[in-house]
Design a protein around this ligand. Structure first.
Ligand code: CA
Length: 114
């Protein structure tokens, strides 16, 4: 969070001290900085709490479980964009039965937040 705080404090001073260039150029510069700030701040503001991560996990699982059997295979994880689960599939699938359930993933998420 230190980097974010630095940008939050630094950005306004950068915006209002920039006296170079004509007005349209300054506006473009300001818009670019706001866009950059939004890009930097958005991920930090998103999915930080356990509740957010749980909601995200549930919606991603639902979207990735193509055949709606409540089991996520490695293929489904890959195709559904759950790349972190796909990359660690053998570890996530602790009982090594070829799929993970939402309950398994929820338990692991909860363990990470303890
Ligand atoms: Ca499935």
């Amino acid at each position: 969070m230190n980097g974010v705080c630095t940008i939050v404090l630094w950005l306004p001073s950068r915006l209002f001290s920039d006296q170079s260039g004509d007005y349209p150029m300054k506006l473009v510069t300001k818009l670019a900085w706001f866009a950059a700030a939004a890009l930097i701040l958005a991920p930090a503001a998103h999915a930080n709490t356990y509740e957010d991560r749980l909601a995200e996990l549930r919606s991603k699982f639902k979207a990735s479980d193509k055949n709606k059997d409540g089991k996520l295979t490695l293929q489904e994880a890959k195709e559904g964009g759950m790349s972190r689960i796909a990359a660690n599939f053998s570890r996530v699938d602790a009982d090594n039965d070829g799929y993970v359930t939402l309950a398994q993933l929820e338990a692991q998420l909860a363990a990470r937040f303890k």
